[in-house]
Design a protein around this ligand. Sequence first.
Ligand code: ARG
Length: 458
Amino acid sequence: QPPSTWSDRFESPLHPAIARFNASIGFDIELIEYDLTGSMAHAKMLGHQGIISASEAEQLVTGLEQIRQEYRTGYFQPGIDAEDVHFAVERRLTEIVGDVGKKLHTARSRNDQVGTDTRLYLRSQIQDISQQLQQWQQVLLDIASHHVETLIPGYTHLQRAQPVSLAHHLMAYFQMAQRDKQRLQEVYARTNISPLGCGALAGTTFRIDRHYSAELLGFQDVYANSLDGVSDRDFAIEFLCSASLILMHLSRLSEEVILWASEEFGFVKLKDSCATGSSIMPQKKNPDVPELVRGKTGRVFGHLQGMLVMMKGLPLAYNKDLQEDKEALFDAVKTVKACLEAMTILLQEGLEFNQPRLAAAVASDFSNATDVADYLAAKGVPFREAYNLVGKAVKTSIAANKLLKDLTIQEWQEIHPAISDDIYQAIAPQQVVSARNSFGGTGFEQVRLALENARSQI
Ligand code: ARG
């Protein structure tokens, strides 16, 4: 038993606390499947290039395959003495295949190895998350399809502004998810570059074929500069940025759902399957799901910030600081997946829109005031003039405890003689929404068009 993992230069083992401090096996075990895949490609490349014999390459691949089975069945459970997943695999391989196992690390360093593993891991996670975004969009689309003509107050500054179609509101989130998917595809392209063969930092003396191993692993290209290859974590930061945006979007909807579920808004009811109670207040029904999504969002923003700060002072090339990328990445991936799943379920089956309450809300405010101004402007009154006239009408209505729809035709004509009987129809909520028929607007025709486009997009 050698005194340490390291070369014979070392005479005594690590202090146990330092060993624990240094080890990453507690979390980088998450990479094991990718580490095995990466090592298989490396072994095949070594064989292909005649750096090791074909039979040696085959023994290595078979041994690695066995480790995969041992891991999946729970037989292989490396402890902290292995330091990290890479050493754990190499050590187990040598137990299984004998001395030939010691040839696996020819022309490779853990630096290019861990970079390869992390990219393989992230590639697969990006695909999963894109899939989840797709499902999320499908649910938004389904619910929106049922609510083209359901109206909901639209707000600016959280003050009633103009009513909108509920479908239009939900489809805004569809568009955000569409950008999220596109962004992930772009991150995928920059993640899908192989650092394998960059060695510790400078390349290698062996006649390796980096393109060969890259192709075996499905990478689109190889890093052009070995120093950059082992020290680049841009792809991880870009992922964290994309993950942050996904959660920022979910968090905004969460905030809305929390408001909507309050007594004050009352726009949605939470179904029992997605709500929680209080340990003391028997009447309570709490929106824990959107609250947790909103809360967890901060965590992922933190990982993005943490990774940027971790990177900013690193000289080239590999530094152990880089080991800190993993927990951030793993936690961000888990958090995004969990939040997408929970929000998808919440929207699909956890919310019931309170339609009478929504209809009453849009009929009981001044959110049709712009429509009176538009009405006058369409009759030739300059808009700014019309705007001021309606402002005055709103003021007198508020003083008289009335809404615009309650004004008599005489009162309207005092505001402006061009106003006639059709004003009542023009300011009815359904008409107000339906009339906003400009491209991308909330008019029902536009919303139906948007739904159709969305259906063909996913
Ligand atoms: N566990 C290490 C990490 O995650 C692997 C690479 C170690 N390389 C080194 N030169 N110490 O970054």
